[in-house]
Design a protein around this ligand. Structure first.
Ligand code: PMP
Ligand code: GLN
Length: 380
């Protein structure tokens, strides 16, 4: 029988975490923290369950959480989305991405993605009958080439997907990128899907350029975020989408028949956490920055060359002084022979660039985990 996703295998994250377990390797592959989550969050979750918040939440999300998201958005980006008409809580950013694409992409529509991009984008587009159009970011700086992107636009272009801070590179859009993006979309009916799951993990005092800051962008945007990244609990799978009323209405048509709603106790816990401790998300960059700096310094004692990390919790390393294997083979070898799991960049591309020798390491880990990894990497 003809299958729907013939070129799709098991995601690299599942493959590498399985390999990590088989070989007892230090897992710096799949992006998840290995330290405790905020105690208030655990307490609030338990209380929510004991208080009987165990049935379906409203389809759009608990009112208290949508209000908290509106408050947080206003505090961070100077714009207050309407909690009733513009905010929808989802089961992770993954669900929000799938719902947004299915809400507007019709068979044959083109969706521009910037490579390397997070691996769920392309299958989501294809399941909607859309056609992914891959435009490469700079292979070293991961900056967008706006002329190249402009040239990829056709009358069939329905959506452009962006991701800042960027997975896997950590690159971030600056004000000029926003100007270019705004100019490119002006006068078109192209939707923007802005994946901002690492919005609060930014370093060196840089500013996250959320699409929500800019009226001309947010009027056509689905802006997606994830509490898994912000609150160190990737396994809770709660995220959300902010979009103008008409777009949120379409988004909710998909969401209501996909999951209908999301784990109720966690929604109550996030609502409490966001309102009670805004400093948690405001200071998340400062929380991660010493980890990033320490890990980068440690890497300088190895043959792996660290690339800059403006945001997010991934460190790209150039391994060309260690091996000439392609990235997938290198990461397998590193796991099996040296006991450290990294993620190759190739699955993030439509067509991986020839000769790129980069792997991704996650530093959202305890010092002991990172020390154990560095001890092994120093032997390369
Ligand atoms: N987008 C990006 C760029 C991500 O890194 C992730 C998480 N790995 C997601 C979306 C999905 O987030 P969630 O786990 O909340 O579904
Ligand atoms: N987003 C995480 C990463 O990039 C992985 C999520 C997943 O395993 N699907 O590592």
């Amino acid at each position: 029988p003809r299958t729907k996703l013939p070129r799709v295998g098991t995601t690299i994250f599942a493959v590498m975490s399985q390999l990590a377990a088989e070989h007892g390797a230090v897992n710096l592959g799949q992006g998840f923290p290995d330290f405790d989550i905020p105690p208030r969050l655990v307490d609030a979750l338990a209380r929510a369950m004991l208080d009987g918040l165990n049935q379906y939440a409203p389809m759009t999300g608990l009112p208290s959480l949508r209000k908290a998201i509106a408050d947080k958005t206003e505090r961070c980006y100077g714009y207050r989305p309407d909690p009733d008409a513009e905010i929808t809580v989802t089961s992770g950013a993954s669900e929000a991405i799938l719902d947004a694409i299915h809400a507007v992409v019709r068979p044959g529509d083109e969706v521009i993605v910037l490579d390397p991009c997070y691996d769920c984008y392309e299958p989501a587009i294809e399941l909607a009958g859309g056609v992914p159009v891959h435009v490469p970011l700079d292979p070293r700086t991961f900056a967008p080439d706006w002329d190249l992107i402009r040239r990829a636009v056709t009358p069939k272009t329905r959506m452009l997907m962006t991701n800042t801070p960027h997975n896997p590179s950590g690159a971030m859009f600056d004000a000029d990128d926003i100007r270019q993006l705004t100019g490119l979309l002006r006068g078109t009916d192209i939707f923007l899907l802005s994946d901002e799951v690492y919005e609060h993990i930014v370093y060196d005092g840089r500013r996250h350029e959320s699409a929500l800051r800019y009226p001309e962008l947010r009027e056509r945007a689905f802006v997606v975020s994830s509490f898994g990244k912000t609150y160190h609990c990737t396994g809770w799978k709660v995220g959300y989408c902010v979009a103008p009323p008409a777009l949120s209405a379409e988004f909710r048509k998909v969401h209501q028949y996909n999951t209908f709603c999301t784990f109720t106790p966690a929604q109550a816990a996030f609502a409490e956490m966001i309102e009670a401790e805004p400093e948690h998300y405001e200071q998340l960059g400062e929380f991660y920055q010493p980890r990033r700096d320490r890990f980068r310094e440690q890497l300088l004692t190895t043959k792996l060359k660290p690339l800059p990390v403006p945001g997010g919790y991934f460190q790209l390393v150039d391994y060309s002084d260690v091996s000439d294997l392609d990235a997938a083979a290198f990461c397998r070898w590193l796991t099996v022979e040296h006991g450290v799991v990294a993620i190759p960049l190739s699955p993030f591309y439509g067509t991986p660039p020839q000769g790129q020798r980069l792997a991704r390491l996650c530093f959202a880990k305890n010092e002991a985990t990172l020390d154990a990894a560095i001890e092994r990497l120093a032997r390369l």
